[in-house]
Design a protein around this ligand. Structure first.
Ligand SMILES: Cc1cc2nc3c(=O)[nH]c(=O)nc-3n(C[C@H](O)[C@H](O)[C@H](O)COP(=O)(O)OP(=O)(O)OC[C@H]3O[C@@H](n4cnc5c(N)ncnc54)[C@H](O)[C@@H]3O)c2cc1C
Length: 510
């Protein structure tokens, strides 16, 4: 959602703290904050409304709440003491990186604190021989590649938010990006995570080596949305910068044909360094914003990057072009210079902010489907636009089948927001129906918690809770996020919006 989004505060509200499986005791907020400050006095605490307001939401700005307090530790020792004190006083904790998350993972809890890792900004080590970097969690994604650049290396996962989002947030969301099709997601590019449990104990997952004995808890941990431990240090893999990179921009006069071309490229045995798609409304929004040189007559464009040596790139460009032509591409343009390549990508990377020029607010969905069904889903989204009376633009990681429909709405209009929410839920459920998932790379947070009821059985959700409790028995770390309780799913079943029709409009919605 756009940063200027002011969604309605109560309607469609996220789960309340009272819904936590393990309800927190009643207590005086001022006394709790005083007790925490006394327990950890050497940290920066923010407690007044004005200074806490920047923390009241993340990128899912329709949901806003002030926490009891915000704390900004500077050392791992302080993190341990904060968590120990919160554990003792049973105060919920929401860890926070840069707050760019789009699913409400860092949305505060009213009777809890926000633990910001913003001061953990040190790059501790770049080891060019081992091709690794060890960094604190508040380091920005792009800063890792900048630090590795003098050695001809970079960090491959590149979320479009990489200029701002942190490595701690990336680990917690298992973030992806344009280059993840070829180089893997965060989970494939992290070797080791050091973290602190709610009990204040320091734990390590993985190691500096390529493998570790025992259960692979590193993979379990990555993508745990701040619910297991607080990350304090991360060792990532670095990869050599390719000698040559070139992008093909291919135009299609039909979105379904564009979607099918994506499946055809992968089926031909080609794994490009990036394979992204944008529909016409998206290219038009972007072009007015960044002048990327997109074909504005096309119903959809594909951006396909080849990287490697000059010979490898030339061969891949020729093969991809052949597949694209056979799939009905109406125009093919290959970047003629590095400046042009960057210009093509800058359009894609700025697509979300560009949507903000078309509408007061946008709601960014994030579901994943099998590549062969991209065309089908796009057609269904087109039909849903008429059904819900809202526009939607599509810009997505096509190679991974990771869709990002951006639903345009006006947050000041309650009815529009309700329709946007229902539209979004229908898209996610269509993803499940087509054999995909309700999540892609933005996490579940509070945004998709109801859709988890559709995707997973009660037994599966119980198993997720059991894993969470293994790390956090009292359920104090980011409670009420990502895993829905049985009660919530039962409630959702009763209130579920189908085809824009609210079954009991007189009832307040959660
Ligand atoms: C314009 C825009 C484009 C985006 N593009 C992409 C994209 O291409 N790919 C993609 O994957 N995402 C994308 N995102 C989403 C977002 O940037 C990512 O999810 C990112 O990883 C969040 O990082 P953050 O530092 O902002 O984390 P936050 O939003 O602060 O937190 C995210 C989650 O991580 C937890 N967390 C944060 N730090 C820690 C820590 N140290 N220890 C434990 N838990 C922690 C929080 O509790 C929360 O649950 C985009 C967002 C925007 C606004």
């Amino acid at each position: 959602m756009t940063s200027n989004a002011f969604g309605p505060p109560a309607a469609g509200a996220p789960p309340s703290a009272g819904e936590t499986a393990n309800a927190q005791p009643q207590r005086d907020p001022a006394e709790t904050v005083a007790a925490l400050r006394t327990a950890v006095p050497d940290c920066q605490w923010l407690t007044d409304r004005e200074r806490m307001t920047p923390y009241e939401c993340d990128g899912l700005a329709a949901y806003r709440r002030l926490p009891l307090a915000v704390v900004l530790p500077e050392t791992e020792d302080q993190v341990c003491h904060i968590l120990q004190a919160c554990n003792r006083l049973q105060v919920p904790v929401v860890p926070r990186g840069a707050g760019t998350g789009l699913s409400g993972g860092a949305t505060p809890i009213t009777d809890g604190i926000v633990l910001s890792l913003a001061k953990f900004k040190k790059i501790l080590n770049v080891d060019a021989y081992a091709r690794t970097a060890t960094v604190q969690p508040g380091v920005r994604n792009l800063a890792v590649s900048e630090a590795a650049a003098p050695y001809g290396l970079y960090y491959a996962p590149d979320p479009s938010s990489q200029i701002a989002c942190t490595i701690g947030g990336n680990v917690s969301e298992n973030s992806g990006g344009v280059h993840c099709l070829k180089y893997g997601l965060t989970v494939h590019n992290v070797l080791r995570v050091r973290a602190v449990t709610m009990a204040g104990e320091i734990v390590e997952f993985g190691s500096h080596a390529l493998d570790t004995p025992g259960l692979d808890l590193l993979s379990v941990f990555i993508g745990s949305e701040g619910m297991f431990c607080v990350v304090t240090e991360v060792t990532v893999k670095l990869v050599p910068k390719p000698q040559v990179q070139q992008v093909i921009m291919a135009s299609f006069d039909d979105v379904e044909a564009g979607g099918n071309a994506v499946a055809a490229i992968i089926a031909a045995g080609i794994i490009p360094a990036g394979l992204e798609m944008m529909d016409k409304p998206a290219t038009q929004a972007v072009e007015a914003f960044v002048h990327a040189g997109y074909d504005l007559d096309a119903a959809a464009i594909l951006l396909c990057e080849a990287d490697g040596t000059a010979e490898e790139v030339a061969e891949e460009i020729a093969r991809v072009s052949q597949v694209l032509r056979a799939s009905g591409a109406t125009r093919i343009q290959v970047s003629a210079s590095e400046a042009e390549r960057l210009r093509f990508w800058s359009g894609r990377k700025n697509a979300f902010p560009a949507a903000g020029r078309m509408s007061p607010d946008y709601y960014c969905m994030d579901g994943t489907i099998p590549r062969r069904t991209i065309g089908t889903l796009l057609k269904r989204i087109e039909a849903m636009q008429a059904q819900y009376g809202l526009r939607c633009i599509n810009v997505f990681h096509a190679g991974d089948g990771n869709m990002h429909p951006l639903i345009l709405f006006n947050g000041n209009d309650l009815d529009e927001w309700h329709r946007a929410e229902a539209f979004g839920s229908d898209i996610l459920e269509a993803c499940v129906e087509l054999g995909g998932t309700v999540t892609g790379e933005h996490g579940v947070g509070i945004e998709k918690i109801n859709s988890m009821c559709v995707q997973f059985s009660p037994e599966e959700r119980d198993a997720f809770f059991a894993v969470k409790r293994a790390f956090d028995p009292a359920e104090l770390l980011n409670p009420d996020k990502a895993i829905p309780t049985r009660a919530r799913c039962a409630e959702y079943g009763k209130l579920h919006v189908r085809h824009g029709l609210l079954p009991h409009p007189e009832l307040p919605r959660f």
